[in-house]
Design a protein around this ligand. Structure first.
Ligand SMILES: Cc1ncc(C[n+]2csc(CCOP(=O)(O)OP(=O)(O)O)c2C)c(N)n1
Ligand SMILES: [Mg+2]
Length: 745
């Protein structure tokens, strides 16, 4: 049925142009179409042509779908007035777009010579390897040259990063850091009316208003493309106005009607946003033609009369009528334009289907996780000048400090953050309570005093917005190091990492990146305090993200060296890194006995670094114990007990990097071991690393005994019962003794 409606809508336009009469007058191509308007016939015809390009791209996508040659049929048909937004924006205004913003894209491409958006769009819907945005990996509007980072299909998930980018424009200036867009750029973010209800959209709009309320420039233009439907569910009339029309710190405008009317309001919205640097919301009234997507049977939930009503409001039909009436063009001229745009798109489509597709897994994954070790090492090993460091630290550099209190992991990380901020003016630290308080565990203490409020920001309480800011700032060339207060609370916003941040290089063929190092305080072992939400040991949701690096230090010195490696990897390769700091080890001083202070370490001198994949090892013996974080601490305790009380010698390995797992290094370690015991403080099934490590060793031909100690699949209760669901040192000893007795030395 949708194909029929495509034909019907096209025929409506043709019939109209055949039967319409030309106006009795003809407007001068460069005089305003009406008094006070900046719209001239010349510009109006350009917009109309962009709208036709968008429309014909939809027509061709559906034609090719019928023969299995195109793979994307969510169309912009009925939304083409968004081309007007594209006309009023500059090409250096970053855009984060709804999947129906085809007209906007066409109008934007017009501003850049040498871009053939008809061809590019056809390559994209055919998932061709020649698609310049992402070699066919996905299709939601994107272009490097047009400053449009491609978006995922997750509705509204791009709103927080658009807000983050708008914030970063103003912030970069305050930080004195050059970014790739001018100071007066604005950010445009389009989305649908149903999407406007989504928590993520509301999160973004709220963040923009909040930041603006606090006096920050927030040049973001939200454009709600309101077609009154979210697939089959209607949006109540006036809902968008009722929801966003009366909010403080958000200017609200509505654009409806013919081209000249939409032109005027849109121009005003862009002008206001640019001039005032304040969040602006434009409701653009649209209709949806041809159902939600090619596969949608619209008649199942809408009557024919309703469908015909939408078709009567086809913006292309209405604009054509208006342009003829105004004397901008004759019906014959518009008919000729329709014919030539259709022909152009058809030629592009026929060419696009001849192109190939990515033909190997290697090619598909190539941009997923760029890594250049030499570049990363050079970045990691650099440091600020000795003079600058002396000036920052005063008499005593952190590596010269002797008092034990200075040598816990928390203290070291705090110094490492200061060192990174000193040598990299583009580092931006933010999160809940990171400024005045210094973070939940004081890791960022003193940074705001040292580096100022422009670089160390207390955000409002919303993890989605924090990760949105990280993406926007990273996209614009800053180096964000946000803090999430607890592991449990990243899950609250994890789509911003899962769906968005970690997929950007893949879906843009590494033409865009959003480097960041997300610091998260997490894991358990807080002696019963805090309950599950402060003792969360669920890392599965981060471990299965392709491209995301998950770093988990266990020792204070390593934490510094790893942080250097992480920041360098983000900087040099645009990667998304999660740096998970074990809360229970922040202030840990002792290892074996109370007061032994064997868990205090020296501050590594600048240049001493650990890069992704570099594991650690302690002791020698036929038993290999593989662990990380709190498990590493316990394994080292177990190692001494095993040697002293059971005559079992072992080597303990610190995995350090939990995604991707350093399989090869672990296989090497296991080569001479008679048995391998994996000590995993995270959940038994899917949550931890034991499954993967054991499976890899087994599959790679390891012949010794394999065993693991893991936490049960449980949440962590409050009080002493917590230890019942957490791996204990005694469990490690018992498992090691059991394997040793099974495997003769
Ligand atoms: C988070 C999320 N949930 C559900 C979907 C499935 N889905 C795709 S589009 C859509 C409706 C969106 O409606 P609206 O925002 O009004 O945009 P429109 O398609 O009408 O332009 C839904 C539910 C999705 N893509 N993302
Ligand atoms: Mg809608």
């Amino acid at each position: 049925m949708s194909t029929d409606r495509v034909t019907i809508v096209q025929r409506n336009l043709e019939r109209f142009l055949t039967s319409a009469s030309a106006a009795s007058h003809r407007l001068d191509p460069d005089r305003p179409v009406r008094e006070g308007s900046s719209l001239t016939p010349r510009r109006a015809l350009e917009v109309f042509e962009d709208q036709l390009l968008s429309r014909m791209a939809d027509v061709e996508a559906r034609r090719l779908k019928a023969t299995g040659q195109s793979f994307y049929t969510i169309s912009s048909a009925g939304h083409e007035q968004n081309a007007v937004v594209g006309t009023h924006l500059r090409v250096d205004d970053p855009c984060f777009l709804h999947y129906r913003s085809g007209g906007l894209m066409m109008a934007r491409a017009r501003q850049v010579p040498g871009i053939d958006m008809a061809m590019d769009t056809m390559l994209s819907v055919c998932a061709s390897e020649d698609d310049p945005t992402c070699e066919g990996r996905h299709k939601v509007w994107g272009s490097r040259r047009l400053w449009v980072p491609p978006q995922t299909s997750t509705i509204a998930s791009h709103v927080p990063k658009a807000v983050g980018a708008a914030f970063a424009i103003g912030r970069a200036r305050r930080m004195g850091v050059e970014i790739p867009v001018p100071d007066d750029a604005i950010v445009c973010c389009t989305f649908g009316d149903a999407s406007a209800n989504h928590a993520t959209a509301l999160s973004g709009v709220q963040a923009a208003r909040y930041a603006s309320r606090r006096g920050n420039p927030m040049p973001v233009l939200f454009v709600c493309e309101d077609n009154g439907l979210g697939i089959s569910t209607d949006t109540p009339r006036r809902w968008i106005r009722e929801t966003f029309g009366g909010l403080g710190h958000l200017r609200y405008l509505e654009a409806d009607g013919h081209l000249p009317d939409v032109w005027q309001v849109t121009e005003e919205a862009v002008r206001l946003c640019r001039a005032t640097r304040k969040p602006t919301f434009l409701r653009l009234v649209t209709v949806r033609l041809w159902g939600h997507a090619g596969s949608d049977i619209e008649l199942a939930y809408r009557s024919r009369a309703e469908i015909e009503q939408s078709e009567a409001l086809d913006p292309i039909l209405r604009n054509a009528a208006r342009l003829i009436e105004l004397g901008v063009a004759t019906p014959t001229e518009l008919a000729e334009m329709v014919r030539s745009v259709r022909e152009r798109m058809r030629v592009a489509a026929d060419e696009a289907v001849t192109r190939g597709h990515l033909d190997s897994a290697e090619r598909v994954v190539a941009p997923l996780a760029p890594y250049d070790e030499a570049k990363v090492r050079a970045e990691a090993e650099g440091a600020a000048t000795p003079e600058a460091r002396r000036e920052l630290w005063g008499r005593e550099l952190p590596e010269e400090a002797t008092a034990p209190v200075k040598r816990t992991m928390a203290a070291h990380l705090s110094s490492a953050m200061a060192d990174e901020m000193l040598r990299r003016p583009e580092v931006l630290v933010f999160g809940e309570d990171v400024g005045r308080k210094g973070g939940v565990y004081y890791v960022t203490a003193g940074l705001q005093k040292r580096f100022g409020q422009s670089r160390v920001i207390d955000t409002h309480l919303d993890e989605t917005s924090i990760l949105g800011l990280a993406q926007g700032a990273g996209l614009l060339g800053l180096l964000p190091i946000p803090e999430i207060q607890y592991l449990a609370y990243v899950h609250n916003a994890v789509d911003q990492l899962r769906g968005e941040a970690s997929s950007l290089q893949f879906f843009s063929n590494a033409q865009f990146s959003n480097p960041m190092v997300v610091r998260i305080a997490g894991l358990a072992y807080q002696r019963g305090f805090g309950g599950h939400f402060h003792n969360d040991n669920a890392i599965g949701g981060l471990r299965d993200l392709p491209g995301l690096i998950l770093a988990v230090p266990s020792r204070g010195g390593d934490a510094v060296r790893m942080l250097r490696g992480c920041v360098a990897t983000a900087r040099a390769c645009g990667r998304v890194v999660v740096f998970l700091e074990p809360i229970a080890l922040y202030h840990q001083k002792d290892l074996h006995d109370d007061g032994d202070e064997a868990w205090l370490f020296d501050y590594p001198t600048p240049g001493d670094v650990l890069l992704p994949g570099e594991i650690g090892g302690y002791g020698e013996g036929p038993l290999l114990i593989v662990s990380y974080a709190n498990g590493l601490h316990m394994s080292l305790r177990a190692q001494r007990i095993l040697a002293r009380e059971h005559g079992i010698d072992s080597r303990v390995v610190d995995v350090r990097w939990l995604n991707p797992l350093p399989f090869e290094a672990l296989r090497r370690e296991a080569t001479d071991a008679r048995a391998v015991l994996v000590v995993d403080e995270c959940r038994r099934t899917g949550g931890g690393i034991a499954e993967a490590v054991v499976a890899d060793l087994a599959e790679s031909g390891y012949r010794g005994t394999l065993r693991s100690v893991r936490a049960p699949d449980s949440f962590v209760p409050l009080g002493p019962s917590a230890n019942k669901v957490l791996v204990q040192t005694e469990d490690i000893v018992a498992a090691a003794v059991e394997i040793a007795s099974a495997v003769p030395a």
